[in-house]
Design a protein around this ligand. Structure first.
Ligand SMILES: Nc1ncnc2c1ncn2[C@@H]1O[C@H](COP(=O)(O)OP(=O)(O)OP(=O)(O)O)[C@@H](O)[C@H]1O
Length: 254
């Protein structure tokens, strides 16, 4: 059984079919990319998968369960976490408190504890503090624990968003343009971080990204979206050499 399966998924805004007959499947532990020209429908797919939008057609199964009637909170609790294209941290709260907000939404402390190798004698607030610090350590952010999130440099805010998403102990992590606004060095670092996260947490990751070097460098398979529908699906090499994909991008002057 696939971890995630979208069948004939569609949503319409007025006359615009933002996502149309979207079919997609991924298994546990896979790292896939979702790319496509501006306005192709990528973020809308994330909004459908996380219950922010309700589809006008189709089905979404996660771990065999339909997500259609679930609220975004229920979907998070079932195991899908995300980050946003425009960073959405609690900017006036400290870095560590941002992670704790994620932990409060987690139904799976024991799983997270064992992933982070925390001793079982930590309880309550102490356990929460240790878990949050361990997550910050994964992203090299522990020294910023007490800094206001809004005062972190941009690249580190992006990392903090991923740390907060991981605090919910997801099975699937959706990253919406994590490298947006990063310089090449930060992007390189982010690539390494994503690889570490995937191995350490054994989760599936679906990544929307315009930075082709990042997508091609880390994704096993890539789905290309154009006008809301999957134009191509394959390995980075297959996608690079697909004439339809090249035409879709050139048509949009990207
Ligand atoms: N809530 C909404 N109401 C009306 N139209 C919407 C809404 N959300 C998205 N759209 C439209 O749906 C289309 C797909 O948008 P979406 O943001 O999913 O594209 P995208 O592939 O993520 O683009 P980008 O790479 O620029 O972020 C666009 O034409 C967009 O204007």
């Amino acid at each position: 059984m696939s971890l995630l399966k979208a069948e004939g998924l569609g949503i319409q805004f007025g006359g615009l079919k933002a996502v149309d007959e979207f079919n997609f499947e991924m298994d546990k532990d896979q790292l896939y990319g979702l790319i496509g020209p501006n306005g192709a429908g990528k973020t809308t797919v994330f909004n459908l998968l996380t219950g922010v939008y309700k589809p006008t057609s189709g089905q979404i199964l996660f771990d065999g369960k339909s997500l259609l009637k679930m609220t975004p909170t229920q979907i998070t609790q079932l195991g899908i976490a995300r980050t946003f294209q425009n960073i959405r941290l609690f900017k006036k709260m400290s870095v560590i408190d941002n992670v704790k907000v994620g932990l409060h939404h987690s139904q799976n402390y024991s799983l997270l504890s064992s992933i982070l190798h925390l001793p079982s004698y930590f309880k309550g607030e102490e356990a929460m503090q240790e878990m949050a610090m361990s997550l910050l350590r994964v992203f090299d952010l522990e020294k910023y624990a007490d800094v206001k999130a809004g005062n972190l440099p941009y690249g580190k805010q992006r990392k903090l968003e991923i740390a907060r998403a991981l605090a919910t102990a997801p099975k699937l992590l959706l990253l919406d343009e994590p490298a947006a606004g990063m310089n090449p060095i930060e992007t390189e670092e982010l690539m390494e971080t994503i690889k570490i996260v995937r191995e350490k947490f054994s989760i599936a990751i679906l990544l929307i990204e315009h930075d082709m070097k990042l997508v091609m460098g880390i994704c096993e398979k890539i789905a290309v979206l154009n006008f809301g529908t999957v134009l191509a699906f394959g390995t980075p090499d297959e996608i690079k050499n697909n004439p339809d994909v090249v035409a879709a991008y050139l048509g949009n002057e990207e």
